[in-house]
Design a protein around this ligand. Structure first.
Ligand code: HEC
Length: 145
């Protein structure tokens, strides 16, 4: 093998293995969602009863800093049994799978460090906080949309 051939082979190996790692992380996140979240949030993020719809909606929160933080500080996220890395992955997975057009602009994925810090301040009185956030973001009122 020529030198450049070797470099190419090494490079494509690195690309492939990082794709494989992404794939594993994605599958782990999907599995974590199924195990820890979908019981309330439903498989496709539609929600039910008092669980808000994420499908085509949840991206709205990403438009403000407080909204982005809310998705981590909400008790379902913050107090879950998942470690920081896996919670970050699940949230990134949720946004990718469910948010659809409700994400405007480029989504900057959550990092473990960000999640680690934010989940230390879980929210109380979530309903009120959520309604205020949405009102600020969209002018909408009400608990479910
Ligand atoms: C026991 C039911 C339940 C489980 C399990 C649950 N959630 Fe939730 N989740 C809720 C409810 C209810 C809300 C609405 C806010 C509130 O009252 O806490 C919510 C809101 C959210 C929101 C904000 C969406 C919005 O529109 O307000 C996110 C993000 C979220 N949950 C993530 C998760 C993640 C991640 C998991 C799994 C690790 C999870 N939840 C597990 C019930 C649940």
């Amino acid at each position: 093998m020529t030198r450049s051939g070797l470099v190419l082979a090494l490079l494509s190996g690195a690309v492939l293995s990082s794709a494989a790692a992404d794939d594993r992380e994605y599958q782990q996140a999907q599995f974590d969602y199924q195990l820890h979240c979908q019981g309330c949030h439903t498989p496709d993020g539609s929600g039910a009863d008092s669980v808000p719809r994420m499908k085509n909606e949840v991206g709205v929160f990403l438009q403000s800093k407080a909204g982005r933080e809310y998705l981590v500080r909400v008790p379902g996220s913050a107090t879950s049994a998942l470690n920081d890395k896996r919670l970050a992955s699940v949230l990134n997975w949720m946004v990718r799978e469910f948010a659809g057009d409700s994400v405007t602009g480029e989504f900057q994925p959550y990092s473990s460090a960000e999640v680690s810090e934010l989940r230390q301040q879980p929210l109380n009185e979530v309903d009120k906080y959520r309604a205020e956030l949405l009102q600020a973001l969209t002018g909408a009122t009400g608990r479910k949309q």
